[in-house]
Design a protein. Sequence first.
Lengths: 817, 627
Amino acid sequence: MIGGGNSYVSAPPAFSTDARRLLVCTGAVVSVFSTSTGLQILSLEGHNALVTSVVVVPGNKALSFCWTASLDGTLRYWDFAVAELMKTIDIKMPIYSMVIPALLLGQTENGVQENGSKVMPAHAFAYLSIENTQVQDNTPKALRGQIRKCNLNESRLAGVILAETRKPEVISISPSGKFFGIRNKRRLHIWRTPAKDTKLPVAKITLHHTRNFTLLAFHPTKRLVAAGDTSGRILIWRGFGNRTFSDGDKLVNRGSMHDEKERPGIRGDDDADSCTTWHWHPTGINLLRFSSDGAYLYSGGMEGVLVDWQLDTGKKKFLPRIGSPLLYLTDSLDPSLSAISCADNQIHLLKMPSMEITKSISGIKLPFSYPEVYEGISSKFAFDHTAGLVALRTENYRIQFYSLFDDREISEVQVCERNHQPGDEVSVIVTLVSLSGDGSMMSTVEVNLPEDGIGGLVCLKFWASESQNKNFKLSTIVYEPHRDAGISALAFHPTRQMVVSSSYGGDFKIWVCSDEIQQKQDSLQHSGWMCHAVGSYKKKPMTAAAFSADGSVLAVAAETIITLWDPDNNVLVAVLGEMQMPIVTLYFAGKSEYLLSISRGSKPQLSVWSMSKLSESWSYKLEIEDVTCVEDLSSFAVLALLPKSSTCMGSNEPNFQGKDGVILLFNVTDPVPLAIWSVRKAKGGGLAFLKGNSPSFQQQSILDRNSPKAWLVYINADHEYILFDPYDNDAHELSLTKGKRRVAAVDETAQFGYASIYGELPQFEMKRDQTVLAPYAPSQRPWETIFSGSSHNLLPLPKLCLEFMESLLERRTTTVE
Amino acid sequence: MASSNIRDLLTAFNPSLDLFAISSGDGRIKIWDTVKGQVQTEFTDIVSTEDTSVFAKRERGHLSVDYTCMKWFTSERKKKRKLGCSLLVLGTGGGDVLALDVTAGQLKWRVTDCHAGRVSAISSARSSSSICTAGADGMVCEIDSLTGNLLGKFKASTKAISSMSVSADGKILATAAAQMKILNLSDHKKIQKFSGHPGAVRCMIFTENGKYILSSAVGERYIAVWNIDGGRKQSASAVLAMEHPAVFLDSRCIDSGEVGDAGLYVLAISEVGVCYFWFGKNVEELWNAKPTKISVSYEDSLSETHRGSPAIFAAILQGIAKPASGQIFVASGLPVKPSFQKILLHSGTDIKLSSSRDGVLLPMSQSLVKSKRGQDVQNRVVALDRANAEDALLPIPKIFDSHEKNKRHEKLRFDTEEVMTDLEDSRSHAGLVKRKDGMAEFEVDTAAICMEDRLRSLGLLSRVDDQTINSTLNSAAFKCIDIQTNMPQKKMRMAVLSMVPSDAYKLLGVLVAIWQTRSGSGNYVLPWIYSILVNHSHYVMSEEPETQVLSSLFKVTKSRMAAIQPLLQLSGRLQLVMAQIDKTTNTGNQILLHEDQKYESEDEDEDVNEIHYREEDDSEISSDDDQ
């Protein structure tokens, strides 16, 4: 199993003490990158769920220890030089944020400590933002977020709950470690870290504002806090908590100070000296941080511009054109090095005084949102099955090629010649992308959105690449290929240079590359694409298209009907029966004689059609998100979304917790699935079979063992993916044992975290030659019978569960319509 | 020049083949990302950070360091996806051995003055954690790969070692100067000795199973294969010939028990950057095997004179796909911008790679125009607007209620075509069936019609009567010709010469027709024919293959040869002409090329018209369909 495609920007990264390494939270692992080369050095594997915080223990440069917190409810202590787990603390509640003031306090106050003793200071406490899972989510005004204190030495939660919020909030800590705080809607809560051995309750103040806050930041030395709000304002309170946090008797002082001083910008009874407001950002602020010397304040937001405020004067300096919304700014102990995390899954290393990008660590492009009208007609992923690449559409009108075997970006192709500015109104959308079988050609569709109802334009583009590094060059552009109508599907011929595009305007067109047409006289003709044939069926919108494996048959869906064509002569060969809802996807099942059709909507359906009989062979009423098949085998896999009812039903079963989809592996002739895996975040996910011969991968597999024939890759809605061998029985058992291990919740270093986040756990595996199964009949209601009978006659429980599941999925066999 | 470049380059792939290190002798090491084809990092001044003591050697800048050998080393840990354990080990001319942690971008360890003199070779077994180095002092050092500690040192040779290799299982070691020695690595005992190389061995490797050694010396144009357990036998068991000396060797062998799977695969790169590949089931077969070559094609002759022509400078045998063919990962092009490719090489089929000049700075003078032109060709984008489907095929349904319409549709097509001549009709029938290359067919069709029209207009078709002949004769071009009277030879010649060859040719056709139909007296006509043939022979010959005027003339002449004496002379001349046709067609064509072009352009005009005509038909049909 290979996993990857994790987000690098789910949590702020952290620099090591010598600023040579950068620790990045990537899914359930912490990846350590070199800041000088931008390459990954090693990874800390052990958490079972998303890692939310990483805190490097400061001190001697030779030391490399860090604490991590994760949604799996554990805190872990690592030596990241050798990737060794040293300690685990189980809180049993998901941790969303963690700060450890003692580490920072020890650094500034007691400089001798880290040199003298390498151990943690006595009674070190961590402050955690956790989610109270006992409170039900659906109750109104539920306070699920809690701020708790945790004793790291005794590995237990200590003290009381400091605050309760609706959702778990991110804790910010001052660089000196004296204060930490959270935002809570229109309030800021700030605590002072108590002294080491006091049993006093933690002191707290609250600051108010008229808008919701987005985040806060503390000044490194002064008593100064800055906070950003949703409107883009930055508020700076000076001298907060002078009364409350003073060491004297605070209760006595409170009344007197209120009358004496004039405090500009302070609301009500807030404990601060003054408050100033800066406003430059048009939208909410995501990034706020003071420079390490405290002279500057950095801010950033949706518009992707890093603003550098001079704290005393309020003068601004800008680093524009980062190209993506900014999320975090992390500075290292080396004053010339900082890292900035962007929403497009990139971490840029900045050379600091000049704010110059020196290196970039970039991951898979994250999903983005676009107008809903076009959501349905967009292809999510295109796969290069031989090279193991996925082509993703990115927000800035590009196609990213990402190697699934190597887990890194290969190249990017700019589809529209436009500058992308985050926050701008979207005017162009790349809706479809399709790759040819050998990966040497690509075609894309982009839609220029109409302004005030005019100016909408659909463009079909054909690209060709030369070598294996996927430098695609534009070869042909077709404006309005189907008049004004949008394109619903694109498909490449498996062997020849031929593409079919189907449109909602009621026709489909077959495009051929003129390389195929031998034109001797016309030497000027460069290899361009031209329309070879046009077809339509009763003026119905064409919703899907696919070529068969040998390319001799073209299947085009005319809403509810499947039409079969001879692509060369443009001859309508046959028409296949009627579905209830429009077909959205057609797929030929490998080299077999079966065609799969998928329709969504109120009556979703997966149908398998026999080409030899021209009739429906079998079907399921399942909402299918994606389908794929192996080229030479007659099996296929579908990604099905679980219906709402069954998710509820499954919620009392531990296996379906939080999972909204299943991957089903079928043989085309048999409606009983060969294998089932349940997955998370299936809505918007994708599925593909890859050939296992990537260059780098093969080298490994030669050394290890034979590589499997085909890999099944599943990409979820967050573009995280996992590759596994669906036919390998060992893999089933392997992941089964992992599942058990997860239930036991042990802390072992060599454990894969993938199983837990993706949940690729085969619940049950069916053998094809199982004869004990009860025969299926169309209108049988097996749940009434399968559990009846004496206990020694009953099948083992895993098999019964499958039957039970099967019976809930209403089956249709050869329906005549 | 290219050869010297290749020889001085140090190259290494990392084990997972996603990084490629290259050093061109200036003390800089560039790390390329083979997947993206970009420079990942560059190492120039390698400063050891941990080494902060005062006694550390001061750095003298990168130009003072000369690397002599480079090897990418990985310690095989069994944990999967464990990163950060691959090292780039370098030997310098000063006898230092360095290990770079490439992913972290820093020096891992350094052994100062490991060898007295230069370090000449680095090698390691597949699964061991130690590295062996050999130097000019004849010593072999064993170094721990993780820490850089010197584990052992022994004298392997009294002379300078030029090459050294450790077998895959780590048991035996081979050193070579001119003479090769096989040693047991554990007790440093000598096992065997091979002599035969005249000079210092440049590259030497063990085969995977450790049974053979492949070696090649400086200046030798072959690779010698030595059998290790061959006892006392002192000569090479096989010799693989090359055109240039080898600089790099790689091999892979499969000797599993299965029959037919066994084989020995050898890969070598020569000094000029050509990759050689041999395959044999055993050593004898390998000896007789013909090498398969991979070379980089030059774009043009100019680049050869330009410094550093594209070449293959690194390759690695990645795996064996099936017997007699191998997966090869190749770095080719120019060292400043290599391109990486995975090639499936079948034994016996040579491969030529194309080289691109992307990202290479070239001298302005020679390449500006050329590259511009290249870009033009590359960057041309075809743009189509709404009316993109005018030449497209319309659907031909075979089933359902549209049957009738379909019939009518087809009928209509045939009607339009029946109007045309027989020749065209038959062809377009074929065209209808084979629509795939319909365009090409179409061109031929129209060309045929035009020729026919032209023949008719020239009156060369058989059914043309005297009227047309006379009318042509009376046309303005032929006013000076009076075929009813006898003209002096000189005048006749003047008249013929003044004519444009095409007109003269026309006249020739007319005259032949006249003579054939006996509408004019042969006495008057024949001198004219004679004169035209003499003066416009070239043109006539060039037209001959299409119109057959001469052959018809020849026929007529022959039929009358016996009767008419002057015809005999003409006939003899004609025979001579006919014999010359074959020989001189080429030259004749060249001379009158522009004339031909003129004709062809006329043809094309007609083509265009014809297409329009057809299009209208199509649009009619489509409108029918719409109803």
